[in-house]
Design a protein around this ligand. Structure first.
Ligand SMILES: Cc1cc2nc3c(=O)[nH]c(=O)nc-3n(C[C@H](O)[C@H](O)[C@H](O)COP(=O)(O)OP(=O)(O)OC[C@H]3O[C@@H](n4cnc5c(N)ncnc54)[C@H](O)[C@@H]3O)c2cc1C
Length: 449
């Protein structure tokens, strides 16, 4: 019998395993896929360069992840090239100096923005610490977040930058997003002011060689502790031990168990005894975000010759943001874009050729005719991935996190939960996965002591 079995060899599972093995405990990591990394994955191209199909960007405050990267002796690099951003608004493409180059806001707008962020942070603190206030202001907290922004920031420049920073931190703001959901995000995610101060926010740094090398480095250290192609189909747990049934009929026994599956995926497993009803209800309400991460490969990163960074944002079309993700030293140009939300939903049911066409059209509108003839197109539809079932992280529908969130990470006897979706800080991000893996491993080690 193992001291601990871990379901999933994503960042959370590997980090948890590393910490338990370092404490001299016997551990097995059961991974359904034939690779480690989960939502972190590299695709190697014929010319030896690579694309990062999943989690990639390291932002301010990702301290646990940075420590891990340092321990593994890996290097962190910045954005490939400086330059102007393309902002497409109402059909017009504008080249906007990135605020790293020169301040795009007037001093008045900067001050307005600073006060707006301060107001939001104070509200978030009160929201976190004052239950009575929260209850008394329930109706007001359920107002549209966009409305709050326009009534609390006076200048259009500050309102625009506020929304950009918010989107960079937490992803596109859903149509029905409430102030309450915004405050939850502020409490659980990266610090907006830090992001603003360092400009570019989350989309800042990445690992040389790709984030997948972090997962591979951890797995190499763990050796035979990690078992690939080991899909868990049933979890039995009692007050003192757990039995995991694998798809091929094998049964693995352990004193403690860590599941790193996102809430919805976890519910698809057969559990004995069944998981509490509230957990099933919460998981049901967690709509998995639908993201297709797509890449156009060009002969060269031609946009750089025009003084452009490859970064763009648009107010229409299925691909609204792009980034230059060309690997260090690579000759060819890699332009990455996301199909997100409803657009990804409907396009995921269409052909790859149609999505390629849609991305090229969008790239042409932002970067001109040179974007019309890429050498190749690649994509990863995360909603179609059986062992992921949607991304970036799970997006909690209004009310779900505040009602059930903090207790989703509560253990059920010997069954513990770790992963990006169970972390109170950097929820949904790689940093959240690493922190959660580390924290849950400490709890399990204490239980075994
Ligand atoms: C397109 C995309 C872009 C992203 N960009 C960023 C970014 O730039 N920055 C950032 O911080 N985060 C980003 N993220 C989020 C980040 O990748 C995740 O938060 C993080 O990798 C999750 O790690 P995890 O260990 O919690 O979960 P996972 O990586 O999902 O690990 C769970 C593991 O469990 C395995 N598994 C599933 N079912 C079973 C089963 N039945 N039996 C055994 N094993 C099973 C899976 O194969 C997987 O390996 C992005 C995600 C996506 C998809």
């Amino acid at each position: 019998m193992f001291d601990c079995a871990i379901i999933g060899a994503g960042l959370a599972g590997l980090v948890a395993a590393q910490h338990l093995v370092e404490r001299g405990l016997s551990v097995t990591v059961l991974e359904a896929r034939n690779r480690v990394g989960g939502r972190v994955e590299n695709k190697t191209l014929n010319d030896g360069s690579y694309l990062e199909l999943g989690g990639q960007w390291i932002g301010p405050g990702f301290d646990s992840l940075r420590e891990l990267i340092d321990d593994l002796g890996l290097d962190v690099v910045g954005m490939p090239a400086p330059g102007n951003l393309i902002v497409r608004l109402r059909g017009q493409a504008l080249a906007v100096p990135s605020s790293e180059d020169e301040p795009a806001l007037t001093p008045f707008e900067v001050s307005d923005l600073g006060q707006g962020l301060l107001r939001l942070r104070r509200l978030a603190e009160r929201f976190r610490s004052d239950n009575a206030w929260r209850k008394a202001n329930d109706a007001w907290l359920n107002q549209d977040l966009r409305r709050w922004i326009t009534t609390n920031l006076r200048t259009q420049g500050a309102q625009r930058r506020f929304s950009e920073v918010y989107a960079a931190a937490f992803g596109p703001m859903p149509k029905e997003c409430t102030l309450l959901e915004g405050l939850h995000q502020v409490n659980s995610g990266p610090d907006l002011e830090t992001m603003l101060a360092s400009n570019g926010g989350l989309h800042q740094r990445r690992v040389q060689g790709g984030m997948a090398t972090v997962a591979e480095g951890l797995a190499a250290k763990l050796g035979s502790v990690v078992r690939l192609g080991a899909e868990v189909v049933k979890v039995e747990h009692s007050a003192t031990s757990a039995r995991l049934h694998l798809a091929d009929g094998e049964v693995v026994e352990a004193k403690q168990l860590i599941s790193t599956l996102p809430p919805r995926l976890a519910m698809a497993l057969d559990h004995e005894p069944p998981l509490p009803a509230w957990r099933a209800e919460a998981a049901d309400k967690v709509a998995p975000g639908n993201v297709i991460k797509a890449f156009l490969v060009y002969e060269t990163p031609f946009w750089r010759e025009q003084g452009l960074s490859g970064q763009s944002s648009a107010d229409e079309g299925p691909v609204r943001v792009t980034f230059d993700t060309t690997a260090e030293g690579a000759a060819k140009g890699h332009l990455m874009g996301y199909f997100e939300g409803a657009d990804a939903d409907s396009l995921s049911r269409r052909s790859v050729t149609l999505r390629e066409r849609a991305f090229i059209d969008s790239a042409v509108r932002s970067f001109g005719q040179q974007a019309a003839e890429p050498l190749a197109y690649f994509e990863r539809d995360w909603a179609a991935e059986r062992y992921t079932g949607g991304c970036h992280g799970a997006h909690f529908s209004p009310g779900v996190w505040t009602t059930n969130g903090p207790v989703l990470a509560e253990p059920d006897g010997v069954l513990h939960w770790a992963g990006a979706e169970y972390s109170t800080r950097f929820n949904g991000y790689m940093e959240g996965a690493v922190r959660s893996g580390r924290e849950v491993a400490a709890v399990v080690a204490r239980n075994l002591a």
